[in-house]
Design a protein around this ligand. Sequence first.
Ligand code: PHE
Length: 452
Amino acid sequence: MDVQRGQWSSRMGFIFAAAGSAVGLGNIWKFPYITGENGGGVFVLIYLVCIIAVGIPIMVAELLLGQGSKQSPVGAFEHFHKKGSSWGLVGWLGVASGFVILSYYSVVAGWAMHYVKLSLQGFTNLDTETIGNTFSGLYGSATQNMFWHTVFMSVTIMVVIGGVKKGIEKTCNILMPLLFLLLLFLVGRAVFLPNDGFMKAVDFIFMPHFEKLTPHGILEALGHAFFTLSLGMGAMLTYGSYLKSRKEVLKSSIAVSLLDTVIALLACLMIFPVIFAFGYEAEAGPGLVFKTIPIVFSQIAGGQILSVFFFLLLTFAALSSAISLLEVVTATFIDKLDWRRNKAALISGIVIFVFGIPSALSGSGKIFGAWADIFGKNFFDSMDYLASNWMLPIGGLLTAIYVGWVMPKEKLEYFFGAEFYPAWIFKVFYLLIRFFSPVLVLIVLLYKIDFI
Ligand code: PHE
């Protein structure tokens, strides 16, 4: 085994890094806008069910696979089965998902960076229409999107080259708590918005209206549970491989999932009050956070500073997720091809950057306009749809099957750390990972391809 392999310096360091991977654009940019598009409360409810019944068990599965094998995804999937078995392909599927997700994730992170710049210039004292147009202008600009995509990918590559302790852990330890505090403050501020905005938002987010439930919404909720917890592609697995003790697996999974869910809900409580207070559309799509939050800042004393701060923290939240995406690819190339870290991170980063160019140009519609005519979604949306609604759930399904059915039960019990808890805890987990989680994912996928 590789004696040089990095390790987290402490239990909290690991939790922060794993939470850093989980908490990102998925929570603050994506969750609110897909909640808006899928009818509010009922979507949130299905999402919470998915987190508890599917997300947590699969997070445990990934962490124990990583911790137990001390390898990146491809090696981990071969570790508990025969070497060279086709289970290694699940790891490669994860690497492919990492490529796809990071390629468009970087574009959205670029928007956040652009808003840091706009906030510095003081764009906050504008009316709602201008703020909407500001986003459309950015979305449609090929140059801006390309510029920020380049900046963001370069920074991500540099941090990943820095390695586990120095690069990833340090960045996350400082920024995660700050982001949390700023969100709390903004939710607090949203309580005082006019037109009963906050109460309407609470109603929209927490009252399920079952008539708004659609099959598409269910697939989206399940897919997002994977996306937001960084599951189904080996990111948590890879982070788990730097974990010293198997004692941490279950506790960390619960802690990270809880933190991630709380932040996603806080993001909704920060954004929806603005929508209801100012009569906005809840279905504004990917521009939602960028069109709403600046309005709050324009009304607070010191709003400009806070705005700079908010988009900076959003950028860092995106960065701590992006590095986990690139880390999966990098770690695989290090472990499987014997590349040095610098080379692995640089080459994979550049390939991902190039693959992200069509997404960066999607809004401008100039070069890849024909794509939307054929597939009904532009390139950017297609990549997001492909990765979160298909690749991650399929990766998660295969992970559950591997851990529940292929891995020997004694090994599973050992790496789960069953002896540290009352006996029923492992039994519940075993039931979930063997039957409940895979069956649920399978039903949703089959339903989506019109099989049932
Ligand atoms: N969980 C991250 C987010 O919510 C995105 C991500 C997905 C990161 C998959 C790593 C792996 O923004």
